[in-house]
Write a protein that binds this ligand. Structure first.
Ligand code: 5GP
Ligand code: MN
Length: 342
């Protein structure tokens, strides 16, 4: 755990400030939940906080309280730039290094004259002025709760904040099932329910909001699943043509990789998604047990993340990416065999 400059930050925030809060590119439930929760909290403390996301997030997160106030840097560039240049400080949430916001926004942030404050649970964070980093904590949303707790402000958590925090903890823990989910996580969740988070409504809004096409895309993905029993590995591919055929919308592929990991005996799963707009293949990795997909993604696919959930990318074709991936598994065979007692 790194807690750097916390007392100075507290002092800095004693007077009302203009604050921008940023999550990573392709924001997930934890990024949107944590940034909005922090915004609501800082607003309640008398600051003026604005969430600026690098780009759009899935429809199933648009119902979150405050979502209508979020700027997307790519298509609301003027408003975003203005908020950034008017800000006294920028909070970086749910990412560990500036390039995770994408090239254009990174360029803007690199010229930022004031300080950054990071709250994040990813490994190997960049060094910024104020830091709260803890890779043991399941989600940035749990860290925002603990940040509010460190400020002795738990009584400021209202239904809106509780809803945002509940959502991010839920999505980043696979609905409270990953090993990162601790008794403390459950105690925090209990407190969030007491403070107004409606658990059934949140689960319903996030997980039962599928379009028919999304289910058909999932069907296609499952029919593309390949199993490599020697390496306890399974992977899924989706081409651009397949995405188009089922009217792909942002967020539609979220969670599909977990179906590959749900196979009995499988400890390593990947999904390779062609993105011809960006001219790359976006990859999600998941594992069970000791095999670190963070390390695998870092070593071979310009990515990173957590031990059991990471992402990366590849600049060669989908077929070549899969060939590269399969070719790498031999060197990890014994690690994969011993990753998890099943
Ligand atoms: P997902 O596969 O759901 O997109 O991401 C899984 C985890 O890996 C998340 O914590 C995400 O922030 C991280 N991650 C995804 N893609 C990348 C990447 O390209 N680089 C790094 N450093 N982390 C990533
Ligand atoms: Mn997260």
């Amino acid at each position: 755990m790194i807690l750097k400059g916390f007392e100075d930050l507290k002092r800095f925030l004693e007077k009302p400030k203009n604050i921008v809060i940023i999550g990573h590119r392709n924001p997930d439930g934890d990024a949107v939940g944590s940034t909005l929760a922090l915004k609501h909290y800082l607003d309640k403390k008398g600051h003026g906080a604005t969430v600026v996301m690098p780009n759009e997030y899935p429809d199933f997160l648009h119902w979150l309280p405050g979502s209508e106030t979020v700027y997307r840097f790519d298509w609301q560039n003027k408003q975003s730039q203005k908020a950034i240049s008017n800000s006294d400080i920028i909070f970086l949430l749910d990412f560990n290094t500036l390039h995770r916001v994408g090239y254009d926004m990174q360029n803007t942030l690199e010229k930022y004259p004031n300080d950054f404050a990071m709250i994040d649970h990813h490994q190997q964070p960049d060094d910024v002025t104020y830091m709260y980093s803890d890779t043991e904590i399941c989600s940035t949303c749990q860290m925002v709760y603990q940040f509010i707790e460190m400020n002795n402000d738990l009584d400021l958590i209202d239904a809106a904040i509780a809803t945002c925090l509940y959502t991010g903890i839920m999505t980043d823990t696979g609905s409270f099932r990953f090993r990162s989910t601790t008794s403390k996580t459950h105690r925090i969740i209990a407190d969030l329910i007491d403070k107004g988070a409606e658990n059934d409504r949140i689960h319903n809004n996030v997980y039962d909001a599928n379009s028919y096409n999304r289910l058909l895309l999932l069907g296609k993905a499952l029919s593309n699943l390949q199993i490599l029993p020697t390496y306890k590995t399974a992977y899924i591919t989706l081409t651009d043509e397949e995405k188009k055929r089922f009217d792909f919308q942002k967020g539609d592929t979220e969670g599909i990789v977990n179906y590959a990991l749900s196979l009995k005996g499988i400890v390593f799963a990947a999904i390779f998604i062609e993105d011809s707009e960006q001219n790359l293949v976006k990859i999600s990795f998941r594992s069970k047990g000791k095999f670190s997909v963070n390390q695998f993604a870092r070593n071979h696919f310009e990515g990173g993340g957590h031990d059991n959930a990471a992402g990366g990318k590849s600049n060669v074709s989908l077929a070549e990416t899969v060939t590269k991936f399969s070719g790498l598994l031999g060197q990890y065979q014994s690690e994969l065999e011993n990753s998890y007692e099943i």
